[in-house]
Design a protein around this ligand. Structure first.
Ligand code: URA
Length: 489
């Protein structure tokens, strides 16, 4: 209120502080009972002042009644930074004394303003609880924790009891531009505001906090807009972790991808039981990759305990290759699927069914060929109760190649058939464009010929009936070509 307005008003009210709810309530009641118009009152905050001057004479004979809920809510709204709030709240009080249901009229402009102010203060209270960071000064008995915070509204007094409860055993001080709160472990003292320089800038604990924050930061969850709404930039500079935020936000996309690549898969609950049946003994820390295995059964046995990559953790068991140890052709798939993981056998699920049918039509006897996978453990992501197939990454393919290489060494086939990109990558040691090279035979340095084709699960993903039939026909053609290569020896 300006000096001129102060001088022109018939009544002057002094409030002890910006949040002097009791002072406002008593003055408002006195003024309302005297039927004083809000326009005739000047409200001033000045330490040491209180009361209405000149004292108004009550003209109302009936007691002043306003909903209790309103009075309770005023305790929050009075913390709003709007300098007109005392006048506005007094006007609301007068209206409510005549219209007790006023607060239920959502279309009323003043009710809306009241609600908006209440929400804004509520948000600020919440933000302060979330973003105040104490910095330690002194040690031992003299240790004090000091925080600097810049609230949007006058909320320190209202929030101080929260901090007393939360940090009762700690001696702390919260400084803001308009007031300060000091807790010595026994008494809470509210004092003057100060400038930011009065608060310490850093302490040892901050490095720890920053490390913690960058570790818990989940880039895949990052929504910059939501984050800025929740933690507006103006709060950032007072947070120790704030210096990390721009870097973490900028690197979030890459970090999200890396995180996904690293992410362990988690087993469905019943798998712990199944797994326990298959892993009764704790495996050695350094897994045997079948170095000494002299036969396929010995190699299969060694692979049971494979821990060379983390995929074993969530899979039920190792799914090793199957077929005659002297097969002339080895078919290599990607990795076991859900059903293969449970059965412990390759290609027994939906893709395996298509594979079997096409092989039969092509005249290839599955019992005469060896069927295995580039990766021997099922990699998946849990989604509800389902386990969704997840593609093995280059590292997993490379590590598991140890088993495939040993299988091929022991079997010595004339031909290996790469079913899809993962198999081709494992067999040829590099990524291969399968659709482009499909039907080709590549000879490796060790003389093994590799026939490239698609993975049978591709046929299951085609929605259009006609396209699916055409692709199946092409795959049949590939298998017939394999049959011919087998016959040619
Ligand atoms: N897909 C594969 O690549 N291998 C299997 O064993 C099953 C599905």
């Amino acid at each position: 209120m300006t000096q001129a307005a102060f001088a022109l008003s018939r009544y002057n009210v002094g409030l002890a502080s910006e949040t002097d709810f009791a002072g406002w309530r008593d003055a408002a009641r006195e003024l309302a009972l005297a039927d004083v118009s809000p326009a005739d009152v000047a409200w001033t905050v000045a330490e040491g002042t209180s009361g209405v001057f000149p004292p108004p004479h009550a003209t109302r004979t009936s007691p002043l009644q306003v909903p209790r809920d309103f009075v309770r809510r005023v305790e929050t709204v009075i913390c709003h930074a709007d300098p007109q709030r005392f006048t506005f709240l007094y006007r609301m009080l007068r209206r409510l004394s005549m219209e007790p249901h006023l607060l239920k009229i959502a279309s009323d402009q003043e009710v809306r303003r009241f609600e908006t102010m209440e929400k804004s203060v509520g948000r600020d209270l919440h933000k302060m609880r979330a973003f105040v960071r104490f910095r330690k000064i002194g040690n031992g008995e003299d240790a004090r924790y000091v925080a600097w915070f810049e609230p949007q509204h006058f909320i320190l007094e209202r929030n101080a009891p929260f901090f007393v409860n939360r940090f009762t055993g700690m001696k702390w001080r919260i400084l803001t531009p308009y007031a300060s709160a000091d807790w010595d472990g026994e008494r809470l003292v509210l004092g003057q505001g100060t400038s930011r320089d009065a608060a310490p800038a850093d302490d040892d604990a901050e490095e720890l906090w920053r490390t913690y924050f960058s570790n818990i930061f989940n880039p895949a969850r990052l929504k910059v807009k939501a984050m800025q709404a929740e933690m507006p930039k103006k709060y950032w500079r007072n947070l120790p972790e704030a210096s990390l935020i721009p870097g973490l936000v900028a690197g979030a996309d890459k970090a999200a991808k890396d995180m996904i690549a690293r992410m362990p898969t988690t087993p469905a609950p019943h798998h712990a039981k199944v797994q326990a049946r298959h892993w009764p003994v704790r495996p050695p820390a350094k897994p045997d990759m079948g170095e000494n295995a002299a036969s396929i059964p010995a190699l299969r046995n060694a692979a049971r305990d494979c821990r060379a990559c983390p995929l074993w953790r969530d899979a039920t068991q190792t799914v090793f290759g199957e077929g005659p140890a002297d097969a002339s052709v080895v078919f290599v798939g990607e990795q076991p699927g859900d059903q293969e993981d449970i059965a412990g056998k390759p290609f027994v699920g939906p893709a395996g069914k298509v594979f079997d049918q096409v092989l039969e039509e092509a005249g290839v006897d599955r019992d005469e060929v060896y069927v295995t996978n580039a990766v021997k453990h099922f990699k998946f992501e849990p989604r509800g109760k389902r386990r969704i197939h997840s593609k093995p990454n280059a590292g997993e393919i490379q590590v598991c190649n140890g088993w495939l290489t040993k299988e091929l060494k022991l079997i010595e086939p004339e031909l290996a058939v790469a079913l899809g990109a993962t198999a081709a990558q494992s067999l040829l040691g590099k990524a291969v464009p399968v659709t482009k090279m499909r039907g080709q035979v590549i000879e490796r340095d060790d003389g093994l010929r590799v026939f490239i084709t698609i993975h049978p699960s591709f046929l299951l993903r085609i929605r259009e009936k006609a396209d699916a039939a055409a692709e199946r026909e092409r795959f049949l053609g590939d298998m017939k070509a394999v049959k011919e290569l087998m016959a040619a020896g």
